[in-house]
Ligand binder design. Structure first.
Ligand code: SGN
Ligand code: CA
Length: 733
């Protein structure tokens, strides 16, 4: 029997009509892609635009001013929402080459179990088919604005004429019409808009033509007083807008200094002649006027950026307008069918977006504009109209909220918190509510935003960039635009320490362990090249013996080369050592790599972890988990292959060297991995050491890497095991 704990609190509220208490409420989750708070008039006061229908939710319900995502990018945010978990737990870290594991627990599945009818219409972008929905129809990948194709549940594709946001609204309303009226329902109506390339519908093509949209103060940010990594971005209005795709010009780029080449306006290519005619009638006069002004030298460099900003923001806002029209139609439908009173309506978007702030478009950074998500909720009879909440909420909270509302049990594994106590408390956070949020972006090549994570309280934000091991600290009250990092400011040394403590505590609470989360180093060109050449080698195979590690393993190609030739060349060995790799990087290579040619490897030799120690002085327990994942990855890929796991080699001059001690502690822990009968653990550290435990320089000249003699000792020390485990005939030097 199901029970509804909600009833208890509903009963306590005088406002609740009896009808509501009788039936669990329906949930309409309206979700968009890349909608910045600044482009919602309920949030911004209408500085840029008016969104009357989204605003209805604010007027009739509750608006959250401190609503955040856990990872400011599309697929990951959707995965956070579905699972109620941070990215490192649900496994969907970035858009690049990721597939959502739909076999895991998600809230739609649990709502289904609790008796809800569930449907999803529109953008999905998780690269695997939706699970947990009675009905769905989704855009493939990013989808298109004009005459979009939709994936059907039977695997077929259907092109639908018209404009994406209108069609997604139609599909949603059709489903509402056809559903079983006796069951509560969850409808996820998920728009593509206002995602790039910001293509408006015919009816809004000239909206804002008579206006100059105000520019943000930081449009010309020079990225001073913050990490140098900010300058690496490729998401600038000044430098990274495409002539065709973004700026909607036809033909060849006439001003290569000001616009990027390469991607035409693919949406235009999709249009019917009639759609094209309307489009051209709207854009061409404006485009030709700009081209003429450019040819006549009328625009300064700044003037060009300003023009591009106007083109960008107007198109963006036009797509918002069309979506807002659709939201109005959904709300009207609920009214007309007397569903409003027992239906919770939510509006949110996968993350925020830069509307020129810091000179940017796109998202990914933990800065406010893209870290924030809109979150508005209407729940007649429960929420006081026009309430604005300051509580710190995050997208991992949605799943437990919906489950609690439906009277379903909230699984312990969920990391978010139900928002019901906040909703019940007129938007005020209860006494035991969180004081800080954790955020992590895992890096992608698109737009060149370096991986970072951090914590935010109501007042401060701490960011950490692992690549440069930099901290950034912002005081959001004094510097809301985040123009000046205070991490080195003496007045903030206490705040910095407190924030670092919070950061450590939250990472601990959520089980964030950088050693065990796959990370690429494709942004380093030598690494990328080595990765590609090793890809080729593993595709060609056969690869009977795999060496997996860091620079010490890579060194078989250098100081160890003669010994390698003698021992391993004839055994079809492949050197998968990458200088500077920590466990997370080796793990990434194993997870993402193409080992097609390696069909029947006889043995893997693994030795890694010393860079987790050397770069980060990482807790040996964390490094252990990273090594465990590497071994598990190998075991999963090749169940028959034995693994020879070597203890991390000693480093530093003497046994009391702090790094040496960490490596020893790692080895004490990873020895236990040999409980798997296919894994043999061997610690050959002593081979390299003097009797007193000191490291001789003729073996490790820099007290970390091996000399030719060191490689000889290594090969000799493991030869018995290599031969017997791998089934090779023994090499006798
Ligand atoms: C596309 C866009 C990017 C955008 C990503 C991710 N380029 O690659 O600008 O950052 O999607 O967006 S485009 O040329 O296709 O327009 S997300 O919302 O899916 O995460
Ligand atoms: Ca997005």
């Amino acid at each position: 029997m199901r029970h509804f704990p909600l009833l208890a609190f509903l009963a306590g509220l005088a406002l609740v009509p009896a009808a509501i208490a009788a039936k669990p409420p329906n949930i309409v989750f309206i979700f968009s892609d890349d909608h910045a708070l600044e482009a919602i008039s309920a949030y911004s006061g209408g500085r840029l635009n008016q969104t009357p229908n989204i605003d209805r939710l604010a007027k009739e319900g509750m608006l959250f001013e401190n609503s955040f995502c856990a990872n400011s990018i599309c697929g990951p945010s959707r995965a956070n929402i579905l699972t109620g978990k941070h990215s490192h737990v649900n496994g969907f870290l970035s858009n690049e080459r990721a597939r959502f594991d739909g076999s895991q627990m998600t809230f739609p599945k649990l709502l289904q179990k609790a008796g809800y009818q569930t449907a999803l219409m529109g953008k999905w972008h998780l690269n695997s088919d939706p699970t947990g929905f009675d009905q769905w129809e989704i855009l493939p990948g990013q989808g298109s604005y004009y005459n979009p194709v939709f994936l059907q549940m039977d695997g077929s594709r259907k092109q639908r004429p018209g404009y994406c946001s209108d069609i997604i609204t139609d599909l949603s309303l059709d489903w509402l019409e056809e559903r079983d009226p006796d069951k509560p329902f969850l409808l996820m109506c998920q728009h593509k808009a206002p995602h790039r390339n910001w293509s408006p519908p015919a009816r809004h093509l000239t909206l804002f033509d008579d206006r100059k949209i105000p520019e943000p103060d930081t449009l010309f940010d020079r990225y001073e007083n913050r990490s140098k990594l900010l300058q690496e971005h490729e998401m600038g209005i000044a430098k990274h807008m495409f002539w065709g795709h973004d700026m909607k010009f036809h033909g060849k780029n006439q001003f290569p200094g000001a616009f990027r080449d390469g991607i035409p306006n693919r949406e235009y290519e999709r249009m019917t002649p009639a759609q094209k005619a309307l489009w051209d009638a709207a854009y061409e006069p404006k485009n030709q006027a700009f081209i003429k002004a450019m040819q006549e030298g009328e625009l300064s460099e700044e003037g060009i950026v300003r023009w591009k900003y106007q083109r960008y923001i107007k198109d963006y806002l036009r797509t918002v307008q069309a979506m807002d029209d659709g939201i109005g139609r959904v709300l009207d439908y609920l009214d007309a069918h007397e569903l409003t009173d027992n239906t919770i309506v939510i509006y949110s978007s996968d993350q925020g977006f830069y509307l020129g702030e810091h000179g940017w478009y796109d998202k990914r950074w933990m800065f406010e504009e893209s870290f924030k998500m809109p979150f508005l909720i209407r729940w007649p009879g429960i929420l006081n109209p026009g309430t604005r909440s300051q509580a710190l909420i995050q997208n991992i909270d949605y799943a437990p909220t919906f489950l609690e509302i439906a009277g379903a049990e909230v699984p312990k594994e969920i990391q978010g918190r139900s928002l019901l106590p906040v909703l019940k408390n007129r938007g005020y956070a209860p006494a035991d509510w969180r004081e800080a949020l954790y955020y992590a972006y895992y890096g992608e090549r698109t737009h060149h935003v370096a991986a970072h994570d951090g914590v935010r309280t109501t007042r401060h934000k701490l960011m950490h960039f692992p690549r440069t091991r930099e901290w950034q600290l912002f005081d959001l009250v004094r510097d809301p635009q985040e123009m000046h990092s205070l991490h080195a400011h003496p007045d903030y040394s206490d705040v910095l320490e407190q924030m670092k403590e919070r950061y450590a505590r939250l990472r601990d609470q959520y089980g964030v362990n950088s050693a065990a989360i796959p990370v690429s180093r494709l942004n380093e060109s030598w690494w990328q090249q080595r990765y590609q050449s090793k890809q080729k080698e593993t595709r060609q195979g056969p690869g009977k013996l795999l060496f997996i590690g860091d620079s010490i393993t890579q060194g078989w190609e250098g100081a160890g080369n003669d010994v390698w030739q003698q021992y391993y060349a004839e055994r079809d060995a492949i050197n998968l050592g990458f200088s500077g790799d920590r466990t997370e990087h080796a793990l990434w290579r194993l997870v993402k790599g193409d080992f097609k040619g390696v069909t029947d490897p006889q043995l893997a030799v693994v030795m890694i972890g010393t860079n987790n120690t050397g770069h980060l002085e990482q807790d040996p327990e964390e490094t252990r988990v990273g090594i465990e994942k590497i071994v598990a990855q190998l075991r999963g890929a090749y169940p028959k292959m034995p693994v020879l796991l070597l203890g991390v080699f000693p480093r530093g001059a003497t046994p009391d060297d702090p790094m040496r001690r960490i490596n020893v502690a790692i080895n004490e822990r990873i020895a236990a991995l040999a409980s798997d009968e296919k894994v043999t653990f061997l610690d050959i550290g002593k081979t390299f050491l003097n009797d007193d435990g000191s490291l001789p320089k003729d073996i490790m000249p820099d007290l970390l890497h091996l000399s030719p003699k060191g490689y000889e000792l290594w090969a000799e020390a493991i030869e018995d095991q290599v031969a017997s485990l791998g089934g090779f005939s023994k090499v006798t030097p």
